[in-house]
Write a protein that binds this ligand. Structure first.
Ligand SMILES: N[C@@H](CCOP(=O)(O)O)C(=O)O
Length: 462
């Protein structure tokens, strides 16, 4: 049978293939791998034609991945909901800072971070899938701040869905925490884990594989381990290219590597892309893997760009799968060894292929602060620390004639305290931040311990 874009295979090769609705509602494959489309869809040749709307681009990107798995018109309805929640007609406008250097503003949605772009879609598509099957779903999400906020906003009050969000206690910004914890919806449970983001993500993956929970009903995740989340991030690479009218080199501030992998996916689908650079903060496991050939987990260190405090980026597995020519045995071996030992050496041929897909750089804390000052002085622009990491990498790279686009992933007012400490000026709050209610916060502190977490989660998801 010919591989098709609307069937999903596991990166670890030991799970049955699924359609879009099942991949979406499972989140992760039963063998512990991540779902990938069995084949890349090809973008229509005119997709980057000037004047195409975000909704049109999104429809053309996403429809082939969904096939007939959802009711007719589901994608269009989801895109309508998405676009209505953004405060700019282009949804993700491109802004030129100086000749050849741009930022792509991804923060104009309901929680002022790029996660809204995919999360709003996933919420609408999950509703459609569940309404069609009559099922209910418990969603588990690990967050270093932005994913959780976007998920709470997108799923609060959803009739068939319960949402459980795990964030690392005291390691998200105060605004990010409030965005999650002040929402008074009974279908949302916020858990603050005594650990770091990698602990939260590991615990979520364990819960997703837990038979005792699975017996109670469908379980999934809205992290970018879910193909639906990742696919929803492809359209803005296309929109940026359409706005520019030519291929760009994208510099992506990177945590779990979902956003960067969405750019790689766009390229696989035929989007002209001049290059990809993943820019990480001092939590540099990804940069060390690509530059030195050893994928080695270290304890995450707290950074100004908190959302990128990730030392075991989940989507590195998708990159390895793709760069190895979809070698599921090799991928399984490497990631099982990594889970067990915390370190793996990448074979030379794999490393060479990985480097063809993306380069990676690490930006330290002092440089991040310096870049925030530079952006203010040079362009009068206040940027968030994540954007600053990308901008620094973008300014230092050889531009090779192609325009460079740094993804601006969050509004600076989500990190207002830090930005003010660097600039001496507080960023004007984004309207959605200014509108944050003064509601009491609802959160439960949990130990970094699977057994007690399972008890809490079982009680809520029942
Ligand atoms: N940066 C993230 C970490 C999780 O990333 P995801 O894209 O896999 O959801 C966050 O803000 O939570």
């Amino acid at each position: 049978m010919t591989a098709s874009a609307d069937r999903y295979v596991s990166t670890r090769g030991h799970a049955a293939d699924e359609n879009f609705a099942d991949a979406l509602l499972r989140g992760i494959a039963p063998d512990g791998g991540l779902y990938m489309p069995a084949a890349w869809a090809t973008m229509p040749a005119d997709i980057t034609q000037k004047g195409r709307t975000y909704a049109e681009i999104g429809r053309d990107v996403l429809t082939p991945y969904i096939g007939s798995a959802l009711p007719a018109g589901a994608v269009e309805r989801a895109l309508k909901r998405l676009v209505e929640g953004f405060d700019h007609p282009l949804v993700t406008p491109l802004v030129e800072l100086e000749a050849g250097l741009f930022v792509l503003e991804l923060f104009r949605g309901p929680t002022a971070a790029f996660k809204d772009l995919a999360m709003q879609l996933v919420a609408a598509l999950s509703d459609e899938a569940l309404a069609a099957s009559g099922e209910t779903l418990t969603l588990l999400t690990a967050t270093s701040g932005d994913t959780g906020a976007a998920a709470v906003r997108a799923f609060a009050g959803a009739k068939r869905i319960k949402l459980i969000v795990l964030h690392p206690l005291d390691r998200v910004s105060p605004i990010q925490r409030k965005q999650m914890t002040t929402v008074q919806a009974d279908n949302v449970l916020n858990l603050a884990v005594r650990g770091d983001f990698d602990d939260c993500q590991r615990l979520v993956k364990m819960l997703l594989g837990d038979e005792s929970l699975r017996e109670k009903g469908r379980l999934s995740s809205v992290n970018s381990i879910n193909w639906g989340r990742l696919a929803g991030q492809i359209p803005y690479y296309v929109s940026a290219t359409a706005q520019l009218g030519q291929a760009a080199h994208f510099v992506v501030p990177t945590g779990n590597f979902g956003d960067a992998f969405a750019g790689i996916a766009a390229k696989k689908m035929g989007l002209p892309v001049a290059g990809m650079t993943a820019a990480v903060n001092q939590n540099d496991a990804l940069a060390r893997a690509i530059n030195e050939g050893v994928y080695d987990r270290r304890t995450a260190i707290e950074s100004a760009s908190v959302s990128m405090d990730v030392q075991a980026p989940s989507n590195f597995e998708r990159l390895v799968f793709e760069a190895s020519g979809r070698d599921a045995d090799l991928t399984r071996q490497l990631f099982e060894d990594f889970a067990k030992n915390g370190t793996v050496t990448l074979p030379d041929s794999l490393l060479a292929s990985l480097r063809k897909e993306t380069s990676a750089v690490s930006v330290d804390e002092a440089t991040t602060a310096e870049e925030i000052r530079h952006a203010y002085k040079a362009w009068g622009r206040i940027v968030c620390p994540h954007t600053a990491v990308a901008l620094h990498a973008a300014r230092k790279m050889d531009r090779n004639g192609a325009p460079v686009v740094a993804l601006s992933t969050a509004h600076p007012s989500k990190f207002g305290g830090y930005v003010e400490s660097v600039l001496g000026v507080a960023p004007e709050p984004a309207p959605v931040i200014a509108a944050l209610g003064d509601q009491p916060e609802r959160l439960t502190v949990v130990e970094n311990d699977y057994a007690s977490l399972l008890e809490t989660v079982s009680g809520f998801s029942a």
